[in-house]
Design a protein around this ligand. Structure first.
Ligand code: SF4
Ligand code: SF4
Length: 132
C-alpha cells in the first residue's frame, strides 16, 4: 500500500495538510500533520508533498526494540525518529513528531487532492513500497 506522488500536479493548496491534522487531532493545524508541501530549493514552481515513504528498511527505528508493523500504524512518534529518517519525511512541531500512518489504509489526503498529485495505490502490498 502506497501513496504515489506526482509533484508536477501539486498546486500547493495545502488541503492535504489540513485534512491530515483534522482527521488525526480533530482540528485544522497544518503544523500537526504528517505531510508537508515543500518548495524545491532550485527556485522552480514545483511543490513536493513529503511524508513517510514506508521503507522496508526503517532507519528511523534503528536501535529500538519495537515491532515495525506496529510503529508504522502510529501517527505520533518520538522526534528522535524524525532525526534518524534519511529522507526528512517525519514532521516535527513543538517536540512532537507526526508520522504518516496511511490513515489506517484509508488515506484522507488523497481524497481531497483534486489535481490528483496524491494517488493511492490500493493494489500495492503492504511493506513493499520502499523509498517512493
Ligand atoms: S521514510 Fe523515514 S520515517 Fe519513513 S520508514 Fe523510511 S526511514 Fe522511516
Ligand atoms: S495518509 Fe493520512 S496520515 Fe498519511 S499524510 Fe495522508 S492524511 Fe496524513
Amino acid at each position: 500500500m502506497k501513496i504515489k506522488v506526482n509533484k508536477k500536479k501539486c498546486s500547493g493548496c495545502h488541503l492535504c495538510e489540513m485534512v491530515c491534522s483534522l482527521s488525526h487531532i480533530g482540528a485544522i493545524n497544518i503544523e500537526k500533520s504528517a505531510i508537508r508541501i515543500r518548495k524545491d530549493d532550485l527556485g522552480t514552481s514545483l511543490n513536493t508533498p513529503t511524508f513517510c515513504l514506508q521503507c522496508k528498511d526503517m532507519k528511523c527505528i534503528e536501535g529500538e526494540h519495537v515491532q515495525e508493523g506496529l510503529e508504522k500504524r502510529k501517527f505520533f512518534w518520538d522526534k528522535e525518529r524524525a532525526e534518524r529518517c534519511p529522507f526528512d519525511a517525519v514532521m516535527v512541531f513543538d517536540d512532537q513528531a507526526y508520522h504518516c500512518d496511511l490513515c489506517g489504509g484509508n488515506p484522507q489526503c488523497t481524497k481531497v487532492c483534486t489535481p490528483k498529485a496524491l494517488r493511492y495505490n490500493r493494489r500495492g502490498a503492504p511493506g513493499t513500497s520502499g523509498a517512493a
